[in-house]
Design a protein. Sequence first.
Length: 448
Amino acid sequence: MQRILNIETLKQVGKKVKIGGWVNSRRDHGGIVFFDLRDRTGIIQVVCSEKLAEGIKDEYVLEIEGEVQERPIKMVNSDLETGVLELKAEKIKVLAESESLPFDLRDLNVSLPTLLDYRPLTLRNKKIQAIFKIQEQVISSFRKNMKELGFAEFESPMIVPSNAEGGAEVFHIDYYNRDAYLSQSPQLYKQILVGVFERVFTVARVFRAEPSVTTRHLSEYISLDAEMGFIESWEDVMDACENVIKDIFSDLEKNCSKELKFFDIGLPKIVKIPRIKMREAQEIIFQRTKRDNRKEPDLEPEDEKEISNWAKEKHGSELIFITHYPTKKRPFYTYPDPKDSDYTLSFDLLFRGLEIVTGGQRINEEKELVKNIKKWKNEPKNFKFYLQVFKYGLPPEGGFAIGLERVVKQILGLSNVREASLFPRDMERIDQRLSLAQPKKAKPKKKK
């Protein structure tokens, strides 16, 4: 007899079947034992004798043969997809045993460190699983939308010879006794491939050596990146980004209603996302709070929250585009505003008070790029490979990058971005907490 999935038992009433899964819970009632057996499709109730269930505990992995029966009407469980039936077990085989659980896996009322310390176990919780079903759908929707718009997918390298962003927050690696880095962004490769395919996208792992332990930063995260050539305006890029976000929310509503119910949070209804310049946002914030950050080169976290509150009150929108960030706060390849070169044709998209997207138009002229590379205190020779695409002609182009974990965090109202990362990396953790691991090793000397 071949194993079937729990959800498939709905079409097998009155028949004998074989199922397999984990014991989600056990209940003993006067000589009869009830199991909730969990597989990848959900839970089914199993009923058997005490003798057949002897020694079986939560999280045991079982293979069970028996007859699918309808439950009495008074015993129907409307919370389960299989709640109208149960399996009367005739044979149980233990495939794997489990030790006693360190906490209640069903309620999972634990601290964030405990949640992550026991990640292989806590991922079995239905609500935690829902986070990553939703994350999977976000990626799927992004990929679908990009392909429908004629974007070609590519795989971006993680090991790079230079720092694309021009800052110091990179992870250095010893690459066959030479210097190399973990990629901060697939940006340079996106631009190179615009010169080949015109429109490209990638789902990339990127790395930021930011010395930050906050609720919004990760050292490794997933970036949904897109780049498009032959744009007529930098606003074409913003329009494309807005359409992608709309489609992501629409697909989540359509395909993840069951998972979203765990969090009791609605998805935003997008008609048109408001767009304002960064300096205008800072002025609005000052008028509302008297907190004067009007000369700052970027929005502070509390500013992002405040301008998001304004967008919801003024425009009924939980999202807002902030545009025209200062040139000195953007990477060297960002296109300056022709009307005021101190600012850029760039944008961030804020969602419920947190930046989830960065994008804009890029410089597509070699001479301007070389000038900026020097201005950002980098060496043009280190970008010789990248500069080829501009030397031999690249159309006006731009792109954007969506932070996957941040999007999921904001959709579900999670308190920390680490909750939206399957296996988070930060200053304090590489699976296990570093404070509990081996002592920090001395850095090896660089070899040239």
